[in-house]
Design a protein. Structure first.
Length: 243
């Protein structure tokens, strides 16, 4: 008896998961990967809110109000965002919470030293620490990239348990360790050899380019691993029927 044809249209660029009605009962969870644009739209507001906006607010206030005014404005922006989300009942992203901790420590130290260089040096050293954390997570078998992916894309937790997925995130953790280490080298050189204005805009462009490459490689690799994992039930079923 023929199954009725489904009329559900698959979104362009999505990776279709095998379904139970396809006759493939896999031993692991599969899912449909959202389009790249959907992933970016999911992650972009968090990135802008927690990373780009505090820097833009600081620079604008530095120009208009001086160092102390810029420090107050950056702290007010981040904590204002947290309070707004809390009042509206919206979840506070991990990036915004990290930004709140970081901007508070940076503001206190910069105010104590009266130096904008100190304000920007701290996140660079923090980036170095994160790079080392990515690197250290690989031999421990607990890839940091896997933890961060949960903030960036709506992926079922059970999917992470697949061995191929775990190996992918180990490799991506190494990739991001290298990207962040390059970020640190560029940032330190520009911070001590260029003006704050040049540091903010040129360094931001270079770092954004490195990040874009890292994201492109990560998304491309993830789409590949999803296709491989989603096909496995079909292979297993085919092998069983042939026997």
């Amino acid at each position: 008896m023929e199954r009725p044809a489904t009329t559900t249209a698959e979104p362009p660029g999505a990776v279709r998961a095998e379904l139970p009605q396809d006759g493939h009962a896999g031993g692991h969870h599969v899912f449909e990967l959202p389009r790249v644009t959907a992933l970016l739209m999911h992650a972009l507001p968090r990135f802008v809110e927690g990373v780009i906006a505090p820097v833009a607010v600081f620079y604008a206030a530095l120009t208009l109000l001086g160092l102390n005014g810029a420090l107050v404005a950056a702290v007010a922006w981040v904590y204002g965002g947290i309070i707004y989300r809390y009042v509206r009942g919206h979840p506070v992203s991990g990036m915004l919470m990290l930004a709140a901790v970081g901007v508070t420590v940076r503001a206190i130290l910069a105010a104590a030293t009266h130096s904008a260089v100190v304000y920007f040096l701290q996140p660079t050293l923090g980036t170095l620490a994160v790079s080392m954390a990515f690197l250290a997570s690989v031999p421990l078998g607990r890839p940091l990239a896997m933890k961060l992916a949960k903030d960036m894309a709506p992926i079922p937790d059970a999917f992470y348990k697949h061995a191929r997925v775990h190996q992918f995130f180990l490799r991506i953790s190494l990739l991001w360790s290298a990207v962040l280490l390059a970020n640190v080298g560029i940032s330190l050189w520009m911070l001590f050899n260029q003006s704050i204005s040049m540091y903010l805009w040129i360094r931001t462009g270079i770092v954004a380019g490195l990040g874009a490459i890292g994201i492109a490689v990560s998304v491309w690799g993830f789409k590949r691993v999803v296709r491989h994992v989603n096909r496995e039930p079909a292979r297993a079923s085919g092998t069983g029927s042939a026997a």
